[in-house]
Design a protein around this ligand. Structure first.
Ligand code: HEM
Length: 371
């Protein structure tokens, strides 16, 4: 991957072929004015456009600015190509309160997510007023982007939580092979892809959906999902495949065929038991079970060291994009939270929802339509 332009009708980092690495950050906005918020978004857009082009975050760079000021770029990306860097900005519910006079601008689709059965959310891993998703094939480049945008925000917004991810767990174009998650299964087989007809209608907010400033935008839901992989690793292959509803080698549905064969939930085997279990993840997540609901998944694996019981602190940082989470993420997650056989092996510990505005242009910074 080379260079993906920051400016455009939609933001990059959504239908862009999923890069290998992620640094995701959520911010709380400090006690600043509406004008200062607007300036922050201008400064972020300016720096994001430079960094995605392979330039330093500021005009001088890490080594050539005024000698008595801190450099306007931190330097660790010097001499490295952008490796497909995309920087995607989102606005959390907290941005739309009276502090900034934006109360009337909050899209109805930017709901406060309901509490799902089994949620084990940790306060410090939830929410945020602003988010930035930085993806690149080079982890140093993704981290450099978040580091510099946090530095630029100093005194105006501060990090609330952030997440590093590796090994994309989704394909978002037909050209990409399907990667695997930490359960060892192919992930992203049945995902929405950039090439699909009508994919836009599933992902981008359309004219008339809500406030005009969101047309061409999307809604991002993030879930930090801890996977108890030690338990999983002591589970039989039969049970693992039953939980997912696909085979482990090829990723084919248990109803038969190859990876891209549509699952057939009606097919039964011995004793009339369905070949794809009633509680299998693919059955419960499938559009057929959810009034046609789809989403574009774009998550990453994570391993944040280990816990004090000697288990890897590992899992999936789930990210999805959609036109309206009320009819897409929420019903699917409800169906999973209630019945998914996978629940025995996962725990949702973090959560976020963000309105991702349409793309910026050189004279309209990100979120310009809000002010
Ligand atoms: C499918 C794993 C969480 C939505 C799949 C597949 C796997 C998988 C292996 C089958 C291959 C594929 O089509 O991609 C996981 C793991 C999760 C997780 C390990 C948590 C650690 C979620 C969550 C959602 C979700 C939270 C949404 C609320 C879907 C959807 C499909 C899918 C929509 C495609 C179903 C279809 O159309 O056949 N997942 N998933 N998954 N998953 Fe998940």
């Amino acid at each position: 991957a080379g260079v993906y332009p920051f400016f455009g009708e939609n933001q990059a980092g959504i239908v862009t072929p999923a890069q290998d690495r992620l640094h995701f950050a959520s911010f709380d906005v400090s006690d600043i004015s509406r004008n200062e918020l607007q300036e922050l978004l201008e400064d972020w857009s300016y720096a994001a456009n430079r960094m995605t082009s392979g330039l330093g975050a500021g005009e001088f760079g890490p080594a050539d600015g005024p000698y008595d000021s801190p450099p306007d770029d931190t330097g660790e990306a010097l001499d490295l190509p952008p490796a497909g860097l995309t920087i995607t900005f989102g606005f959390g519910p907290g941005l739309f309160d009276e502090r900034f006079g934006l109360g009337g601008k909050r899209p109805e689709a930017l709901i406060d997510l309901p509490h799902f059965p089994g949620d084990a959310l940790i306060d410090g891993l939830v929410g945020g007023d602003l988010c930035i998703q930085a993806c690149s094939d080079d982890p140093q480049i993704a981290v450099h982007a978040i580091r510099n945008l946090s530095r630029i925000a100093f005194g105006r917004a501060k990090l609330r939580w952030s997440q590093l991810g590796f090994g994309r767990t989704s394909s978002t174009t037909r050209a990409q092979v399907t990667p695997r998650n930490l359960f060892g299964f192919k992930d992203g087989t049945a995902n929405l892809r950039a090439e699909d007809t009508n994919v836009g209608k599933e992902i981008w907010a359309q004219n008339g959906d809500g406030p005009a400033w969101m047309t061409g935008g999307s809604y991002l839901v993030s879930r930090k999902i801890r996977m108890t992989i030690e338990t999983w690793d002591r589970t039989s292959l039969r049970e693992q495949e039953r939980v997912i509803g696909r085979n482990k080698g090829e990723g084919a549905p248990l109803s038969g065929g190859t990876e891209f064969t549509e699952p057939d939930f009606a097919v039964t085997g011995r004793a009339d038991a369905p070949l794809i279990d009633e509680t299998a993840h693919v059955r419960l997540a499938h559009p057929e079970t959810n009034s046609g609901a789809t989403m574009l998944r774009r998550g990453y694996n994570f391993v944040d060291g280990n816990d004090d019981l000697g288990r890897l602190n590992a899992g999936l940082f789930f990210i999805c994009f959609q036109r309206d989470p009320r009819t897409q993420f929420v019903p699917v997650q409800l169906s999973l939270a209630r019945n998914d056989a996978m629940n025995e092996y996962v725990r949702h510990v973090g959560s976020g929802i963000f309105a991702v505005p349409p793309g910026a242009t050189s004279d309209r910074p990100i979120g310009a339509g809000l002010f």
